[in-house]
Write a protein that binds this ligand. Structure first.
Ligand code: KIV
Ligand code: ZN
Length: 388
């Protein structure tokens, strides 16, 4: 069976940047957009052009410099928004307008105080209007996660007729369970007329820590685009993490799904976004956290030193991390000490190792982590020289 491509739609610069305190200036956004293009994302959502002159300018400048990816601008289902987005995107090689409206009972009743028919009409009109500016129009059904499937299928059918090329099914509030979200995508695949004319897209939020799982359930059930951010940043608990979905598909080839991402750039891109936004990456973050390839307990260290795959499912080099870290703590064993001592120049005999290990434990009980300088000190106490 041939491998099918899942498009990666990166929204770090739009949904990701909505995080309080994470505002980027245009120059910073340009640097990140260029890196996302090198990383191999298929779509860069550069911003929400009508929201401010600064955002308009950023989308406009990004549209000029991006070489490969589609550049996308967000709008509401409002004529003025669409006109402004089209203007901001006018220099893009591949422009996309992303327009849409809330479709759940809660959005229809409280936010729009409208009827389902009115929402349907606004959705269709917005897509048709966007289509007069660009060929590539993505429609989002905000709060699709809590929208009844029958209405969702109807609205998707009608916006395809109006020319939508991508149907975004956001779990805006991060409410769905993976099975539920996957079934929603499966339902749309079978109940939307002419569904083959459009790509279904997963846009999942992480309020229950399920954004990645839901996106994967979505593509397993037929979606072919994932909307995500670097480090999973985004409103509240964040969006689907780009590095996680990309590596899940890479690690499970039997799914026959893959992306265009150059995974060797994942770690450095994560750090670039983290520094630019002043948003640290949690140490235990999958794939790009500082502990993602660090081993500190003796049993694990011994296993990894004998064969990395004993406790690692990903080769760190594949995601741009130089090597696995063997962290020396009071839980470390002789194998780890010998390994780290060798790295800094000491080839220990078995009897030397027995002696320095006792010393090491005394040091380790007093410190959180034993560093290279501590190793040198331990060796000096026992008059062991670096091998020439
Ligand atoms: O979460 C969401 O519903 C969104 C849409 C505006 C696409 O970000
Ligand atoms: Zn969102």
């Amino acid at each position: 069976m041939s491998i099918e491509k899942v498009q990666i739609f990166d929204t770090t610069l739009r949904d990701g940047e909505q995080v309080p305190g994470c505002k980027l200036n245009t120059q910073q956004k340009l640097v990140i957009a260029q890196r996302l293009d090198e990383l191999g994302v298929d779509v860069i959502e550069a911003g929400f052009p009508i929201s401010s002159p600064g955002d308009f300018n950023s989308v406009n400048e990004i549209a000029k410099i991006v070489k490969n990816a589609t550049v996308c601008g967000l709008t509401r289902a409002v004529k003025k928004d669409i006109e402004v987005a089209a203007q901001a995107l006018k220099n893009a090689k591949k422009p996309r307008i992303h327009t849409g409206i809330g479709t759940s009972e809660s959005h229809i009743t409280h936010k729009f105080k409208a009827s389902k028919d009115e929402i349907l009409e606004r959705a269709v009109n917005a897509v048709a209007y966007a289509k007069t500016f660009v060929d590539d129009v993505e429609f989002y059904a905000e709060d699709a996660g809590r929208t009844d499937n029958e209405f969702l299928a109807l609205i998707c059918t009608e916006v395809i007729k109006a020319g939508a090329t991508v149907l975004n099914i956001p779990d805006t509030t991060g409410y769905c369970l993976p099975e539920e979200y996957g079934n929603k995508i499966k339902y749309l695949k079978t109940h939307v007329q002419d569904i083959d004319k459009a790509i279904l897209s997963c846009h999942c939020h992480n309020d229950l820590g399920l954004a990645t799982a839901n996106s994967i359930a979505g593509v397993i059930n037929g979606a072919r685009q994932i909307e995500c951010t670097i480090n999973g940043i985004g409103e509240r608990a964040g969006n689907t993490s780009l590095e996680e979905v990309v590596m899940i598909l890479r690690q499970h080839p039997y799914l026959n799904l893959d992306t265009n991402i150059n995974t060797k750039l994942l770690y450095s891109t994560s750090r670039m976004v983290s520094e630019g936004m002043g948003m640290p990456v949690q140490p235990n973050k999958a794939i790009v956290g500082s502990n993602a390839f660090a081993h500190s307990s003796g049993i694990h260290q011994d296993g990894v030193i004998k064969n990395r795959e004993t406790y690692e499912i990903i080769d760190p080099e594949e995601v741009g991390v130089t090597e696995s870290a063997i962290v020396l703590t009071a839980r470390s064993g002789r194998a780890a000490l010998a390994y780290r001592a060798k790295k800094v120049g000491y080839e220990l005999t078995k009897s030397q190792l027995d002696i320095v290990y006792e010393e090491f434990l005394v040091f380790a009980d007093k410190k959180k982590e034993i560093l290279d300088e501590d190793i040198h000190q331990i060796m000096e106490i026992h008059k062991i020289d670096i091998k020439a």
